[in-house]
Design a protein around this ligand. Structure first.
Ligand SMILES: Cc1ncc(COP(=O)(O)O)c(C=O)c1O
Length: 459
């Protein structure tokens, strides 16, 4: 029998980019850090014991102030979809900034309508999802979706999922049910939290499929007891991102959507992390589960790094928002619109979704091989280029290996590989690179993680 790791390629040398970074003569890491410490909120989060001073990016690579190249396998939390400073996007932004950088939608401009149409063309044909409100952040898009669902249904209560993340405004923190990401928010935000389909750590202590999908069918009882006749909406990430790349059993969302709709609520898919081809087989995360939402919220990868987000819904759901003036100063400005439009064209023209599937599959296979070799790996999850590795101290007890996760995360950086981490216990390594990654990058990623796992002292 072949050794479990026979397929892991020994490619620990970072593929060299043909891009030559400009000579950097700005402040060094220590100076930048000192400025941040003195003048910025202490609440700013930095990755790594010795935070990186990233000064240039090109496609899937980043460079620090010393000129060291890294493979970006986290894309600043999935914000960059088609590659850092993709030349076509950079060119069109330059052109637009040189012409008009106006901020408001009170005058007409072609970019917003053209982009709205192209976005609508990317939703399933019979979905009616054609009507978009552009914002600047995913939190705002979710706030907008909740507002519209309340206006449309006349109901107030919203159901979101435990372990989910929906943003940093007080309204989206109300939706968020992930302890370390939540500050106290008033109950008036009217949110109830239901069970996610997190089989590895089933919140009900059951095992799939013998569980009969109680996490999903439980919505019926929850609504009957807690919010009868008052549900405005259900919001859920098709794959929970910050929560640790949690993909539920295939039937989960269908059961939940049916129950919520039976009780008069709308269904919102938060596609901030899963949209735009990232999950590989499908353009939208929700398509993996055979459901069609009433509203879709998007951000991050939508604009390849722009402060751009959106909420798309059906016309009749958007209509009640005309009752008062609702206005977003920067939402839909010509610069972010051209950035979103060009990103979407590149996704179509350069086979980005197909690449997410191809390279994502290669990485996932490599991770599954690593799982056979390294006891710390409890589970490998995810789809396309949205992958997660949950680390446990022992596979039977599943005690979260949080300290080891940090060790591997740091050691990967030492090898030139930037990844993310998350999960309720901080024990999930997250892989969400720009979707232009190639096979050599994938092999480097697996080989570097293999080494990092091997290097971690056994505790
Ligand atoms: C699923 C999801 N929704 C919403 C948000 C909030 O987006 P933003 O930080 O742009 O407000 C995030 C951010 O990480 C997210 O992952």
């Amino acid at each position: 029998m072949a050794s479990p790791s026979a397929g892991v390629k020994k490619c620990v040398t970072l593929p060299k980019s043909d891009h030559v970074p400009a000579r950097y003569d700005g402040p060094c890491r220590e100076e930048v850090l000192a400025l941040r410490r003195e003048y910025l909120t202490p609440a700013l989060l930095t990755y790594y014991k010795e935070p990186l001073n990233i000064v240039e990016g090109h496609m899937q690579y980043l460079w620090d102030d010393t000129g060291r190249q890294y493979l970006d396998a986290f894309a600043g939390i999935v914000t960059v979809s088609v590659g850092h400073c993709h030349p076509k996007i950079t060119e069109r932004i330059r052109e637009q900034v040189g012409k008009l950088c106006h901020t408001t939608t009170i005058y007409l401009h072609p970019n917003i309508g053209q982009y709205g149409k192209l976005l609508a063309d990317h939703f399933p044909a019979d979905s009616g999802l054609t009507c978009t409100y552009f914002t600047n952040s995913g939190s705002e898009a979710n706030d907008m979706a909740i507002l519209m669902s309340r206006l449309h249904t006349g109901n107030f209560e919203v159901i979101s999922l435990r372990n989910g993340y929906h943003g940093g405004l007080q309204s989206s923190m109300g939706l968020t049910a992930h302890g370390t990401w939540k500050y106290p928010v008033p109950h008036s935000f009217g949110v109830k939290h239901a069970m996610p389909g997190y089989c590895y750590r089933c919140p009900l202590g059951l095992t799939y499929p013998a569980c009969d999908m109680k996490c999903a069918t439980g919505f019926e009882e929850m609504i009957a007891y807690e919010t009868p006749g008052q549900v405005a909406a259900f919001i859920g990430e098709p794959i929970q991102g910050v929560g640790g790349v949690i993909d539920p059993p295939p039937e989960y969302f269908k059961i939940v959507y049916d129950i919520v709709r039976k009780h008069g609520g709308l269904c919102i898919a938060d596609e901030v992390q899963t949209g735009f081809g990232r999950t590989g087989h499908h353009f939208w995360g929700f398509e993996n589960w055979g459901v069609t939402p009433d509203m879709v919220t998007m951000a991050k990868g939508i604009g390849n790094g722009a402060a751009l987000a959106a909420c798309t819904t059906r016309k009749e759901i958007a209509e009640p928002l005309t009752q008062r003036i609702h206005f977003n100063t920067f939402g839909g400005n010509p610069v972010s619109m051209i950035q979103g439009l060009t990103t979407l064209q590149i996704i179509d023209d350069e086979g980005i979704q197909q690449n997410a599937l191809k390279i994502g599959t290669r990485i996932k296979e490599g991770l599954l091989e690593l799982q056979q070799k390294h006891q710390l790996i409890g589970e490998v999850r995810g789809k396309g280029l949205m992958l997660g590795i949950e680390l446990v101290k022992d596979r039977a007890g599943k005690e979260p290996a949080t300290a080891e996760t940090v060790e591997i995360f740091e050691r990967a950086k030492g090898k030139g590989l930037l990844i993310g981490k998350g999960g309720l216990y901080g024990n999930v390594l997250r892989i969400k690179p720009p979707m232009c990654l190639n096979a050599d990058d994938a092999d480097f990623l697996i080989a570097s993680l293999d080494e990092a796992f091997s290097d971690v002292p056994k505790k």
